[in-house]
Write a protein that binds this ligand. Structure first.
Ligand code: E4P
Length: 215
């Protein structure tokens, strides 16, 4: 399973990438807005740090302008993947971008049937938002199970990015289901690394080491 960081913050991305913890990045307009810098500049910087896929989202709602934006964004770096919302216009754009060999990540997916359409349109990635489903008392992880089964049934090549991840348990469950990728906020990546018994263990080893005679 690949781990992407769901962030547009250069410090977070640099830290996670330099520790070898992440394989790619997903951004969205909300994450970019927090950085208070022009979008192209941030994306260029991210792509200079991370060699794996970096998702950048279009904001147009009609396919013609989505394609125009996608072409612009894809010129920023060769590892840019275009995030397209799961709408009729979005799916239209995905088909065109497929022919243009521009990679797409279909985002804001909340149902298995939406995921079928994205795969049929030729999306490289599908991003089901599990946390936002959990937030409204629906089981986000069941959506991942269903998409995984459907994609296996028909041998769809679209990769599943488990998105809107809120805690380490989401990542564990995604891995057990066999999702291709999870995209994780920096705070949750840190939670993944940490275990109280690891800290206690280090402390105990350091204390015991002091007891060893030096000669
Ligand atoms: C995915 O690509 C999105 O950027 C992200 O996971 C959305 O998560 P949120 O529901 O925490 O905003």
């Amino acid at each position: 399973m690949l781990i992407f960081i769901d962030s547009a913050n250069i410090n977070e991305i640099e830290e996670a990438y330099n520790c070898g913890l992440i394989d790619g990045v997903t951004t969205n307009p909300t994450l970019l807005a927090k950085e208070n810098q022009p979008v192209d500049r941030i994306l260029k910087k991210i792509c200079s740090i991370v060699k794996g896929p970096v998702s950048a989202e279009v904001i147009s709602l009609d396919s013609k302008n989505m394609i125009k934006e996608a072409k612009h964004l894809s010129k920023i770096a060769s590892n840019i993947v275009i995030k397209i919302p799961l709408t009729k216009e979005g799916l239209k754009a995905v088909r065109v971008l497929l022919k243009e060999k521009i990679k797409t990540n279909v985002t804001l997916c909340f149902s298995p049937t939406q995921a079928i359409l994205a795969a049929k349109a030729g999306a490289d990635y599908i991003s089901p938002f599990i946390g936002r489903l959990d937030d409204i008392s629906q089981n986000g992880m069941e959506l991942i199970e269903k998409i995984k089964q459907i994609y296996n049934n028909y041998n769809f090549k679209t990769k599943i990015i488990v998105a809107s991840v809120r805690n380490p348990l989401h990542i564990l469950k995604a891995a057990l289901i066999g999702a291709d990728i999870v995209t994780v906020p920096f705070s949750v990546i840190e939670q993944l690394v940490k275990h109280p018994l690891t800290d206690v263990g280090i402390q105990r080893f350091l204390e015991d080491y002091k007891k060893i005679p030096k000669r």
